[in-house]
Every structure is written in C-alpha cells, then in structure tokens.
Design a protein around this ligand. Structure first.
Ligand SMILES: CC(=O)SCCNC(=O)CCNC(=O)[C@H](O)C(C)(C)COP(=O)(O)OP(=O)(O)OC[C@H]1O[C@@H](n2cnc3c(N)ncnc32)[C@H](O)[C@@H]1OP(=O)(O)O
Ligand SMILES: CC(C)C(=O)C(=O)O
Ligand SMILES: [Mg+2]
Length: 524
C-alpha cells in the first residue's frame, strides 16, 4: 500500500475551462465530459456556475444527479448565487458549494469601488471579509462541504489573506482555495505564500489547502507543484489546461509530473492516468479547442520522434528519449515520424515493418533516395516508402475511388450516408445511418465493400483558416498487426473523411495483393 499523501484533483474543465473564449458546451456535452472525468477518477468535478444561466444550472443539476464524485458549483459571495448553486447541487451524492470573493487590493479597489463597500481600503477590506464569512456561514446552513476561494490571492497582502482564511475556516469552510487568478506569481514565491498561511492561520489544519493557478506566464503547473511541496493538498486544474485567457494549470501535466518524479516527494493522486489521452481528445473535440502538437503528455508530438539520433536511441532503448511510456497516459504508441531529420536506423526499422528487409549497401542506396524525398516533403509516409522502394507493386493496384457521396444530417434527423465506390470499372453503392455523418459515411463504405470495422483512429483538422478552410482527415486502419493510414483533403470534411478512408483501404488492398491475399471479400 502506498504511504504517499494524496493530493486531491479538483477538475474545473467544466467551469473555468469552459470560460475559455469560444469553448461553450451544451448540457449533453458537459455530461459526457463529466462521465469521462469519472473514468479518469478525478476527486472533484466543478460542474459550472449555476447562477450564471439556465444552461449552467441544468448542467450542474444533471451532473449532480448521476455523478458519484464530489460535484462542486461556483457562486459569488452573495445569497442569490449560493441558493442557485445549492438548488442545482442538492441531488448530488457529494455536493460542494464553492463560493469566492476577491481579496487583492487591486481587485477590491478596482471591482468594489462603489461606496457601499466602504470609503477607504481598510473599510472595503472589512466589508469583503464580512461578505466572505457571511457567504460561507450561509452556504454551510445548506450544505456540509464548503470551499472558499480568495480570488487573486496571488496578489493579496499575506496578512489580510491569512485573516480572511482563518475567518472563513471558523465560519465552516472545509477547503480554502488560494488562486493565482492572474498567473502572476513565481513558483518559490507561491510556495512561500502557502507555507506562510500554514504558519499564520491558527486553524489551518481544520481545512484542506487548495490552489488554483492560471498560466499567464506559463508557470501554472510549476506554481501548483511548488504549492503542493509547501502544504497544498488539492490542485485545481483543467484538462488540456484550458480556462480563462492563457488557461489553468493542466491536469495531465500536474498528475504526470507527480507520478514520473515520485522519487522526489511523497505525494500521489488517484488519477487513472491511462484515461488522460481519451479525456484530452474528448475535451478538445467537444470544446473545439485544438491541443497544440507539442503540448506535454497529450500533444500529437509528445511521443513522436523525428530526428535520426533520437530514433536510433529509441529503437535501442525507449528510455533514452521517453521519461514515461505512451501507454501510461493512454497514447496508443510511440510514433517514429520519418522526415528530413531521420537517419538510417529509423528508416530501416520502418521498412522492416512494411516487409522490406534492407541492409548494408542496399540500405545506403535507399537512404539516399529517402533523403531526396524527405527534403521535398514534411513527412514521409508509408505509401511514399513503398513508392521509394521502386515497387511497381507500390502503385495502387486497384485504387478504390469515391464516385458519389450524399449525406443527410441535421439536428432533427438521423445522419444517413449514401456512397458509390468505384474500383476500376466496377461500382458498389450502399447507404447507412450512423451516430454522426462521418460514422454513417464509414458504415456505408464498409457495407458497400462488405468489410468489417477496421478503423483504428480518425482525426480531422483544418489546414487553412476561414469559412472556406480545407479540412484534412486522417484515417488509420488496423488489420492484424498492420496499420494503413489514408488522408483526404476537401472543404467538406465528410468528403475528406470518405476519401481518407478509401485511401487507407487502397493501401490495405495493395498490401494484401503483394501478400497474394485478397482482403476485400466482395469479389475484388
Ligand atoms: C476568477 C473567475 O473565474 S470568477 C468566475 C467567472 N465566471 C463568470 O463570470 C460566470 C459567467 N458570469 C455571468 O454569467 C455573469 O457575470 C453573472 C450572472 C455572474 C453576473 O452578471 P451581472 O449581474 O450582470 O453582473 P456583471 O457580471 O456585469 O458584474 C459582476 C457583479 O458582481 C460583483 N461581484 C463580482 N465578484 C463577486 C463576488 N465574488 N461576490 C460578490 N459580488 C461579486 C461585481 O462587483 C459586479 O457587481 P456590481 O454590479 O454591483 O458592480
Ligand atoms: C473562482 C476562482 C477560483 C477562480 O477561478 C480564480 O480565481 O481564478
Ligand atoms: Mg480561475
């Protein structure tokens, strides 16, 4: 059994994360993400801010009804917000009201300038403290689990922060959250802030210290880790680090930093790390916020290696360039990207998996041809390699082409696709419904060609911007231990997806042809 101390993971993807510009989620989408957060095994799901809109209210209510986690809802330090939060939360098995008010002088003077909060800074500070205490005490009459946040604590005077923290704990807050709302603090400074609170606040042991760091200077994760080292036991964070402005501390980075460097400390989390990648993908696709390729842990390049020296090292021993395995975070596998920086070892290994055994002189010659191609292309794909191997064989024997595609989809209809596929002079036509237009289209293709489901991964991204943007779809099929990747580009992403699927099928067909093996049953 682990003797390490548990750091609670408070996920705010559905609240602060959704405050990212353009990230609005529907109720159903929020529910789906909440279900995935349960699989990820977060401790607390902050589901929204019920007083802010009926949709927010409904989302918190629905998540409360079905979640087994602690569900938190945010409210300003006013009764109306707290009442709304409680109404939305009351069916939760473990409800938590999270109330907050600003405590930094900049915020107090800037946001609570009205005379009704007092005339001098000292009077205003007192009013804010009273509002905080009243809010916590009132929330406590409704719910057992109260969290209080001192907004902009990062820039709050330490003595005042200690005073308000002590007061809200006395009023019944079980968690005191110290947000670095503006992402302004420095790791050692923020750590000291937490240590200072532990020294000054006499009842600090009656509450869990939480931190909530923003990433304006790119220090959110470092500040969170520093705070944990100084006594914080709850980390507020979001998947992919989404949130206001530059976002929140990224959940996956905090969790994996603690896990991978467990040799340095005595903390652990309950996160099922193999669910990180799935969660990241879901959050990205539902919010529409793309994960940058070089994003730690979940970015497309996080486990990709392009340069020859790295590929050589990886092929000899993965630990040379990977501090964690892709599997540990749910990424299917390390990706050796062949491009202009690749060397002979990387090339040879990929050719080997494609069935080409080359060594010695022959490898030298092939490598020279590879370098020529790689200089012209960003990435050299498997089909490029087949062509490069000089194979007549590599040219599609019988390209599988899209002749016709019709999609019927909308908010009130079941997505339906009809496809007509041409292989040489033969055509195959079928229709299918599906969970969405892409699913319907793939199913129609599978039906037309009498295929099993072979889809391994599917992604789509925009390669240009604006309303006429080109979408590039990538389809990866898995057939036994072989993978076939197809790409399609079109201003219509469904068409791009269909073309990508058919290209992958053509490559599979080629491979089968070379193995003297027919893979498509339909008499092809
Ligand atoms: C750091 C954070 O992430 S805080 C959370 C941010 N999230 C949101 O803002 C959620 C979305 N917000 C909303 O839907 C709306 O802003 C609402 C419903 C919350 C409030 O809307 P409105 O009543 O129109 O007020 P508006 O947003 O313009 O201004 C905020 C008001 O709340 C006050 N206020 C701000 N924070 C607090 C607080 N923690 N406690 C009490 N009052 C507060 C402000 O002083 C201002 O009051 P004023 O009108 O007396 O000057
Ligand atoms: C409401 C609080 C916790 C917040 O989001 C912040 O201060 O950044
Ligand atoms: Mg925040």
């Amino acid at each position: 059994m682990s003797t390490k101390e548990q750091v609670l993971i408070f996920d705010t993807t559905l609240r602060d994360g959704e405050q990212s510009p353009g990230a609005s989620l529907s109720v159903q989408e929020k529910i789906e993400i909440a279900r995935q957060l349960e699989k990820l095994n977060v401790d607390i799901i902050e589901a929204g801010f019920p007083a802010s809109s009926p949709l927010q209210f409904e989302a918190v209510q629905r998540i409360s009804e079905e979640s087994g986690r602690t569900v938190a809802a945010l409210s300003r330090a006013i009764e109306r917000d707290i009442d709304e939060a409680w109404k939305a939360l009351r069916s939760a098995r473990r409800p938590r009201i999270h109330t907050f008010i600003s405590t930094s002088d900049i915020h107090i003077l800037g946001k609570f300038g009205h005379e009704r909060y007092g005339r001098t800074l000292a009077e205003k500070r007192q009013t804010i403290l009273d509002m905080a205490v009243r809010a916590v005490a009132y929330a406590r009459t409704l719910c057992d689990d109260i969290e209080f946040s001192a907004e902009d604590a990062g820039r709050t005077d330490p003595a005042y922060l200690a005073e308000i923290t002590e007061a809200v704990i006395s009023a019944g807050a079980a968690t005191v959250n110290i947000p670095d709302t503006t992402g302004y603090t420095w790791p050692s400074e923020f750590g000291k802030k937490i240590a200072g609170l532990r020294e000054r606040v006499t009842n600090i042991d009656d509450a869990v210290i939480s931190v909530h760091c923003h990433n304006d200077l790119g220090l959110a994760v470092a500040n969170t880790i520093s705070a944990i080292e100084h006594g914080a036991r709850q980390a507020e964070c979001s998947m992919n680090g989404i949130g206001e402005r530059a976002g929140n501390a990224s959940l996956e980075e905090i969790v994996m930093a603690l896990k991978v460097r467990s040799d340095l400390h005595d903390y652990t989390t309950g996160i099922t790390t193999r669910e990180l990648y799935n969660t990241s993908r879901m959050v990205s696709s539902l919010t529409g916020i793309i994960v940058q390729p070089n994003k730690a842990i979940v970015g497309d390049n996080a486990f990709s290696h392009e340069s020859g020296i790295h590929q050589d090292g990886m092929l000899k021993n993965r630990q040379t360039y990977e501090v964690m395995t892709p599997e540990s975070v749910g990424v299917p596998q390390t990706h050796i990207v062949l491009g202009r920086h690749s060397g002979k070892h990387g090339l040879q290994a990929r050719l080997d998996t494609l069935g080409y055994r080359v060594a010695g002189e022959e490898l030298e010659t092939v490598y020279q041809r590879f370098v020529d191609v790689a200089d012209k292309k960003k990435e050299v794909y498997d089909d490029d390699l087949r062509v490069l191997m000089g194979d007549e064989l590599s040219k599609p024997v019988e390209p599988i082409e899209l002749d016709y595609l019709h999609i019927n989809s909308g908010t009130a209809s079941i997505p339906t696709a009809t496809v007509r596929i041409r292989i040489k002079d033969r055509t195959f036509e079928e229709s299918s419904t599906g969970d969405g237009p892409v699913d319907a289209c793939f199913r129609a293709i599978e039906r037309a060609l009498g295929l099993e489901q072979l889809l391994n991964t599917y992604s789509v991204r925009s390669t240009t911007s604006g309303r006429q943007a080109l979408g590039e779809a990538t389809v990866r099929l898995k057939d036994g231990d072989k993978f076939f990747t197809g790409r399609g580009v079109s201003t219509d992403i469904i068409e791009a997806s269909a073309r990508a699927y058919l290209q992958a099928l053509s490559l599979r067909e080629n491979a089968a042809h070379h193995d003297h093996n027919t893979t498509i049953d339909n008499g092809i």
